[in-house]
Each structure stands twice: as structure tokens, then as C-alpha cells.
Ligand binder design. Sequence first.
Ligand SMILES: *Cc1c(COP(=O)(O)O)cnc(C)c1O
Length: 395
Amino acid sequence: MSVSSDKKLHPRTQAVHHGTRRSQYGEMAEAIFLTQGFVYDSAEQAEARFQGTGPDEFIYARYGNPTSRMFEDRIAALEGTEDAFATASGMAAVNGAMFAMCKPGDHVVAARALFGSCLYVLDLLARFGVEVSYVDGTDLDQWRTAIRPGTRAVFFESVSNPTLEVIDLKAVADLAHAAGATVVVDNVFATPVFSKAVEQGADVVVYSATKHIDGGGRALAGVICGTRHFVREVAEPYLKHTGGAISPFHAWIMLNGLQTMDLRVRAQADAAAAVAAALHGHPALTRVIYPGLPDHPQHDLAMRQMGSGGTMIAIEVAGGKEAAFAALDRLEIIKISNNLGDAKSIVTHPATTTHQRLSEADRAHLGITPGLLRISIGLEDSGDLTADLLNALQG
Ligand SMILES: *Cc1c(COP(=O)(O)O)cnc(C)c1O
């Protein structure tokens, strides 16, 4: 018997069972259907399938695949949306969601503090005649001024990369909805575990599954969660014809990732809170930015919106780039890299890597100073991570 989808089960139960499709063999674990195509019993059946597919009917893996569909159904259930479309990467999801809905002459309002590739997608939209206005995401007055009747969409990261500003999702969504705009949220830093984005007014939620959903830094993938209409009538036609589909193998990795995501992310957030508290006030640091710390400018909002400070910390080392690099090079457990949400703790120097493309003035505007380090807390013991950081900062 399969688990009934209308019963409201808890996320941990859904993460293990929801969306499972079993073949005639009754396999326990989710199967990898590593096939691009599907065989039809007759020419008539092929003709019918191309006129429209039922829930267990597939045509071509660029359009859909049983393993990919299991991942889509499971993440949609966890996110609380009607449907989801899985993509080859987080950027395929951002690009797919935005390009599928916009046309020349449309107006989009976006927060300025975004992942570099998200900024690139917005530049591309502008190249094709979409007007893009940028605002400081934490300033509601700027959103209020920029959003106008007919604005097509607003786009922002609910917690920004790398300075961990928390944007008031409900307040921005209310302003956007009053103007008839669609609210698209890149929710990677909030994680699906702490997400209440749809409850708070998001219409479309995009994830880079490469991060906390995989949780082991193995594979690229992304997903667009939204209403059945948005996912199947707006996003899917664009994605299936432009080739953004997820690999069934990666969908299988993400399905397995979802089973342990709640346990992992909560443990990582607990460790992040412990590490942030231990670093707070350290004489070698000019700032410890963690939404779970009471002195974070949007601490109350973060607690209301996510109920957690999350798995990411940013610190600013006194003494600029030289001091930051010296600390990086003394770390032993925490690895220098640029992924996040991994079981392994990772530290990044945004100014010289992920945000290198920006001008110095833009970086300064976003608070990406030469001493800033972004830390993704993994599954190691928090005492070991704290000791590693304290040793590195001691010089
Ligand atoms: C990583 C990331 C992306 C892009 O995801 P990929 O899977 O690398 O394509 C988009 N937005 C945010 C906030 C990210 O952290």
C-alpha cells in the first residue's frame, strides 16, 4: 500500500516515503530509471501520449522521468506547494523560473544582494528587454517605491549570500501581491527544513539542490516549487524545450538526500549556533554575523521566518585580506572551497572568489569587505570546529 498523499504527515515521514513510485518488482529503495525514452504499446498509444500524459506516463527524460518525478513530488510535499519541476542545477531553476514568466517590457524588482549567477540571469533578462530595478532587500521603503502596478515579479534570496541579511518575506510579498506581481524566492540559505516561504507569501520557491538537499557535495541539481499552473503551464514548457532537465541519476541522489535532510540540517544549524556563540566577541574579529545571534539586525525576523539561525555564519577578520588569508591557511578541519550545505564544513573568501566579478565599490556596498569569510557549518563536532577556528584566529 502506498502512503496516501492527502494525509498530512510530518516532514520527516514525507521525506522518507512521499512520492515513491514502485515498479512491478516492488523494490524497496527508489529505483533509478536511467532511460531517456519510453516504449509505447502501439502507434495509437504514442499518439495519445503526445496529446497529454497521465501521472504515470512519460515521453522523454527532458520532459519527465519516473525517478525525477519522485524527487519533484517529494520536495513539493515538503515545501507545501502543489508541484515542482526538477532542473539540472540551481541556476537552471532560477533561469527557468524567471525566463519562463517574463517577456520584453515586463518589470522585475530584485534585491541587490544576490548570488553572482543570479545577478547574471537578471542582466540577461535586461538584455531581452525586461526592466530590472534593484533595491536594498532589507529596506521595505525601497521595495514599496520600486514595485508598481503591473510589476511582473519580485526576486530575492530570503537570506542573502554572503552577508546573511534576512529579508521580510511576508512584507515584500504583501507589497508585490498588491501590485499583482509574482513572488519568486531563492531559498537556499533558509533551507527547505526551515522554510515557511509559501505560508509567508512566496508564489515560487527555487532551490539549488546542490546544497543542503544533496548534503554531501556530490551532484548539481535544482528545483522550482510552485502552483501546478506555474510549474506545469509556465515553467515546464520553457524548461522541457530548452534542456534544463535534471539527470535521473542526480534526481536519485537528491531523493536520498531528502531522507536525511531534516536530521542533517538541524544538526548543522545547532552546530552553527554553537560556533557563532563561541566566536562572538573574539578580539581578532570585527563582526560575527549569524541570524541566530540576538545582535543580528534581523534576529527577530529570522526567528519568526525560519525559527532558526541556519547553517551559515559570516565573520570579518580584523586586518583585511592578509589576516583573513592567514586564518584560512591555518584551518585544518574546515576546508577552503565554495560550496555550502555540505556535510564537510567549508570556508569561502567571497571578495576574491564568489564575488570577485563585482567592482570593489559594489562589494563594499554589499558589505563584502576584504576581511569577510563565509562559513558553511557541516556535520562535524561543533567543539572541533570551534577549536579549529580559534586556533586559526590566534595567529
Ligand atoms: C549555489 C546557489 C545557486 C546556484 O545553484 P547551482 O546548483 O550551483 O547552479 C543559486 N542561488 C544560491 C543562493 C546559491 O547558493
